[in-house]
Design a protein around this ligand. Structure first.
Ligand code: HXC
Length: 260
């Protein structure tokens, strides 16, 4: 996979995607969004890839937002189209059956914070800074920030961040549940890769069905969501991974999952 604004490396079942526009703090323009979407279509189809890590190039920024220079002259219809493209990318990330980890190496602002919110897990470097500063530009978040931020950290905290445009550091992001963990910058990728490796060693069908249960279940009322969970739990028993996982426990040995 070769792209203009993304670097993609595949290592032991993990795809590491680096948003690579360091001169613009890895800001998301149309081309980068289209490339991200294409990359996720490929990751979803590629059986070798089991976990995806998204990070930014350099040490200053994960993604400092959507590209302000590219957005400034847009008409209303063009801006709506641009927002829709961003939404489409986040949907591809969320709907990807494989877990997606954001490794946040600096500023995650506006569309960058929204990209991190589209991922399943957020690992923050100590220098990570989060914010939805769109109000400073006379606009609102447009890649799902008003929705996903409120769903993740609650309505009150999301409103505060979005109305004030304030930036918060990694410690505050961890405290309010926006970051899953904080690590020194030089350990960010290793920690994210280790987390990916831990996940890869589990039954892949179980991990994928768990993502599906959590993601789709959250949109349902509890009664239906639990019914949905029971259906997916039942489906696990159609896999050899379930037979092997439970047999290995009973035989007091490590399970050898084949992903079947
Ligand atoms: C385009 C950007 C950019 C962005 C930074 N740059 N963020 N270019 N879009 N979002 C560029 C700068 O113009 C500058 O280019 C270079 O990157 C370095 O940035 P500096 O500002 O000089 O760096 P620094 O002083 O360290 O400040 C870093 C920063 C600041 C705090 C991240 O750059 C900043 O506030 N950026 C904007 C953050 C933001 O408002 N994001 C939300 C965007 S709206 P030059 O050429 O001068 O070197 C959004 C909406 C999403 O995301 C939904 C859309 C539908």
């Amino acid at each position: 996979m070769t792209y203009e604004n993304l670097l993609v490396e595949i290592e032991n079942g993990t795809a590491i995607v680096t948003i690579n526009r360091p001169k613009a703090m890895n800001a998301l323009n149309e081309k980068t969004l289209i490339e991200l979407q294409d990359a996720f279509v490929n990751f979803t189809a590629d059986d070798v890839i089991q976990v995806i890590i998204i990070t930014g190039s350099g040490e200053k920024a994960f993604v400092a937002g959507a590209d302000i220079a590219a957005m400034q002259p847009l008409t209303a219809l063009e801006a709506r189209q641009f927002a829709k493209l961003g939404h489409q990318v986040m949907r591809h990330i969320e709907a990807c059956p494989k877990p997606v980890i954001a490794a946040i190496n600096g500023f995650a602002l506006g569309g960058g914070c929204e990209l991190a919110l589209g991922c399943d897990i957020r690992v923050a470097a100590e220098n990570a800074r989060f914010g939805q500063p769109e109000v400073n530009l006379g606009v609102i978040p447009g890649f799902g920030g008003t929705q996903r931020l409120a769903r993740l950290i609650g309505k009150g905290r999301a409103m505060e961040l979005i109305f004030t445009g304030d930036m918060i550091d990694a410690v505050e992001a961890y405290r309010i549940g926006l970051a899953n963990k904080i690590v020194p910058l030089d350990q960010l990728l290793d920690t994210s890769k280790k987390m990916a490796e831990t996940i890869i060693n589990k039954g892949p069908h179980a991990v994928r069905l768990a993502k599906e249960a959590i993601r789709n279940g959250l949109e349902l009322d509890l009664e239906r969501a639990n019914q949905y969970e029971a259906e997916l739990f039942g489906l696990c028993f159609a896999t050899t991974d379930q037979k092997e996982g439970m047999l290995a426990f009973l035989e007091k040995r490590q399970a050898k999952f084949k992903g079947k």
